[in-house]
Design a protein around this ligand. Structure first.
Ligand SMILES: *Cc1c(COP(=O)(O)O)cnc(C)c1O
Length: 412
């Protein structure tokens, strides 16, 4: 469910006409619905109220400070994957004790900064990293908390680029190696190994892979208990799928009903790291039709937003609905493409969609997650503006970049 709806055949975001925003702020333009964002966060929170987990929103899904602040104000923590995201977390005034940090390639500088700030814990992805965090903590004369990211070797049933829980993926530590590390935990004098972490992938629409992964770690936790190793946290990651097209993903409630009994049995404090589920359907990308082009084989709708603004179609062959801002009963089949010099620069292929003409606007739906945050300046295109709508209120939360921004750090 989201707050992008037609009234009298015109598309609105909450109480604001999307066409008005496109004209006022120009295109390509990201538009977010504040209430859709918060509703999704609260849906998850209430589904899991029985166990009251710390919900650490995954910053990489959409890292705009206003989005972070809105969620932090509702009690969310943050899941970060870089020093840059740590910086954003601080700018958004996230309490350090609500920040968890995963990544297979944390640098010394990033580790140093995160320990100094006193984050809740690192999700550690290798033995080498564990040793390095221990060394840096020793230098700071601190004991730092870490969770071991387990690679549970389960099939997440999603696109292979966003599957992270198989032993062929670079993420996490296999159970046998993790067991050995935990038996030797007192050797790491500056670490408090206080938890386990899993994150098996993204856009997962069925609960079976989550259940399988959680069962594996639960058994592992039992095995550790027998050895007298008692942990405090279980971080179950993110990955909940959303509706882009005709998917029927598990709802937050269904997901909760399936896994709460398993989580309760562990006796540990639960952390989760949803990104897409919270912000995915809370955003759209509005683009303008520049040209209609007919070739002997195809009809192309050329728009002013491309793969630099939204890379998901090119990168994952992702499907996004494309809606006209003014409803139109006439349909046609076309490719919607951007201005970038790449054949991979498309937003939709062979799509049966509302007939449009030059100058019309289109809304690329469900682009709140991994939309702007994955955008780039490729083809020297300034990045889009972002606006947030709450009922009748409109706030620019990121200005459109200028050509000056493109060359800001360049030296001749
Ligand atoms: C990307 C990521 C998430 C969020 O994934 P979603 O599919 O957006 O929920 C959570 N945890 C980690 C470690 C991640 O890398």
């Amino acid at each position: 469910m989201h707050e992008f709806k037609y009234r009298n055949n015109q598309l609105y975001c909450e109480n604001v006409l999307v066409g008005r925003l496109a004209k006022t702020f120009g295109t390509p333009l990201y538009i977010y619905s504040y209430h859709t964002l918060i509703d999704h966060y609260l849906k998850l929170k209430s589904a899991f109220s029985k166990i009251n987990p710390l919900i650490c929103y995954s910053v990489k899904a959409n890292s705009n400070l206003s989005i972070l602040k809105a969620l932090i104000a509702k009690g969310a923590g943050l899941d970060i994957v870089s020093g840059g995201e740590l910086f954003r977390a601080q700018k958004a005034a996230c309490p350090a004790g609500k920040i968890v940090y995963a990544s297979v390639g944390k640098t010394d500088k990033e580790i140093f900064a995160a320990i100094s700030k006193g984050i809740l814990f690192f999700n550690v992805e290798s033995l080498a990293e564990l040793k390095n965090i221990n060394r840096i903590a020793r230098g700071l004369n601190k004991i730092t908390r870490v969770a071991i990211r387990i690679n549970p070797d389960v099939e997440a049933k999603t696109h292979k680029y966003i599957s992270t829980g198989k032993l062929t993926n670079k993420f996490g530590i296999d159970l046998d190696s993790a067991y050995k590390i935990l038996l030797l935990r007192t050797k790491f004098r500056n670490l408090n190994i206080c938890g386990l972490h899993i994150h098996i992938g993204s856009q997962i629409t069925q609960s079976a892979p989550f259940v399988e992964a959680i069962k594996k770690v639960s058994n592992f936790i039992q095995r550790l208990k027998v050895k007298g190793i008692v942990l405090e946290y279980l971080n179950i990651g993110g990955g909940l799928g959303i509706i882009y097209d005709h998917e029927a993903p598990q709802t937050a409630q269904l997901y909760a009903d399936e896994i709460i009994p398993l989580l309760k049995k562990t006796g540990l404090k639960i952390i989760m790291e949803p990104g897409r589920f919270i912000v995915g359907n809370a955003g759209i990308l509005v683009v303008k039709v520049l040209y209609i082009k007919h070739t002997p084989k195809k009809k192309f709708i050329i728009v002013d937003g491309g793969m630099n603004d939204l890379i998901r179609p090119a990168l994952y062959c992702a499907y996004h609905n494309i809606w006209p801002l003014v409803k139109n009963a006439k349909v046609e089949k076309a490719d919607v493409v951007g201005p970038i010099c790449e054949s991979g620069d498309f937003l939709a292929k062979e799509r049966l969609m509302a007939k449009v003409k030059e100058g019309d606007y289109l809304a690329v739906m469900s682009t709140g997650a991994y939309g702007f945050s994955m955008s780039s300046n490729y083809n020297s295109r300034p990045r889009a503006a972002e606006v947030m709508v709450a009922k009748d209120k409109v706030l620019v939360i990121r200005k459109r970049e200028s050509c000056e921004d493109l060359i800001r750090n360049e030296i001749i």
